[in-house]
Design a protein around this ligand. Sequence first.
Ligand SMILES: Cc1cc2nc3c(=O)[nH]c(=O)nc-3n(C[C@H](O)[C@H](O)[C@H](O)COP(=O)(O)OP(=O)(O)OC[C@H]3O[C@@H](n4cnc5c(N)ncnc54)[C@H](O)[C@@H]3O)c2cc1C
Length: 438
Amino acid sequence: MKSILSGIILIALYLLLVLAPLGVLLIEPVPAGSGFWWDLSLAMGFAGMGMLGVQFLLTARFRRASAPFGIDIIYFFHRYLAVFAFGLIVLHCLIIRVDNPSAIGTLNPLEADGYMAMGLLAMALFTLVIASSLWRKPLRIPYDGWRQAHTLFTAVGFVLAIGHIKGVGYYIDTPLKQSLWTAFTAFWVLLILYVRLVKPLRMLRAPYRVMNVVKERGDTWTLTVAADHHSGLRFEPGQFAWLTLRASPYALREHPFSISSSAVGADPLEFTIKELGDFTRTIKDARPGELVYLDGPYGAFSIDRVEASSCVFIAGGVGIAPIMSMLRTLADRGDRRPLLLIYANNHWEKVIFREELEELKTRLSLRVVHVLFKPHAGWQGESGLVTADLLSRVLPGNRRELEYFVCGPKPMNKAVEHALESLHIPLRQVRTELFDLV
Ligand SMILES: Cc1cc2nc3c(=O)[nH]c(=O)nc-3n(C[C@H](O)[C@H](O)[C@H](O)COP(=O)(O)OP(=O)(O)OC[C@H]3O[C@@H](n4cnc5c(N)ncnc54)[C@H](O)[C@@H]3O)c2cc1C
């Protein structure tokens, strides 16, 4: 209930911030209208800018703000609202271009007036940001470089767009409106400074040190880190943190990983990481004593957020990491609720935490169903994919009363969601974690 209320308050705050620039336009004296299309185009420009400004707030990772929704939902909205805001700004330009071509003048920023050049350059940067975000993977743009360019281009584009608005001066020509608009701009600049300077500084002052790296099955490593002379972080089992290794927190080279250790006692923290790309392939080279910076915890994928008499966990491969944190925590708390883990892997030899799961069965009321996609000769357990048919066989009779936690590769998450839906399990009881925010 509390989190629903905070969610509603945050959405109201969001709308207020988005509409604030439009509100400033309406403060008297309002200039005489210059025709429907002209005024509509300006309103779209201001609304688009209001929404773009809030994008910085959405990705600033304020824990209180993201808690009711989960950071994945916030990023989802960030993505689609940015496209919508960009659409408004494109319409702003197109309408003026058609309605009053002389107002835009040349499209060459080198020949345009200063404030128009700023508008054109801002537009070019926003176009680059949107295109590279939507098609980063097909265009094979490496994540780290994309993220640095994304941050730089949006900040510069935003400042140029503000310069454009101030240069045009239309609707913001009285001292009151000027100061409100300046305050609005200052708010966003301070926000950017907080996110890019103050937050990394805090991380720098509360570092962690690598304790060890242990090889797991399935090309996976568990990295253990301990707080270096501070109290460390408190987290809910299933949450994740952004981890920076061999770089400064200012370098924007952080990667999100679920905490796989128990939330009881918390420090030291463990992350179970699969070798996948440039960064994850270097985890095994981390040396004891090396510095690590963490930003977290984040996420709403936690058993502590639901009230359930019984839970089902469905994991695929390294998707076991956040679920392992939940199981370990429940074991440490002496929880005796009936639990079912359906754990899908390609090969038996790749099943991460296979032995520990056996041990956890003795401490929890836990049933584990292994599902192998490529079973070895003589395998007597479940095989193939996690389908509705398999679920209907292994889920208990009270399946509609249970809470579900699903974490695996994207196609598996989707397939499992559909399968659960086809078994009439209400989707509000299904929580999924996707290891892919962008
Ligand atoms: C909430 C969450 C929890 C995760 N938990 C785990 C976990 O417990 N164990 C685990 O092995 N993996 C986890 N991941 C995935 C992990 O973050 C990526 O595999 C890792 O960042 C890939 O980096 P790379 O340079 O090795 O691979 P690359 O080949 O560079 O990247 C592969 C893909 O991973 C994504 N990615 C890369 N870098 C980042 C980044 N800095 N931030 C966000 N996404 C990025 C991009 O979509 C990229 O295309 C999690 C991801 C998320 C979003």
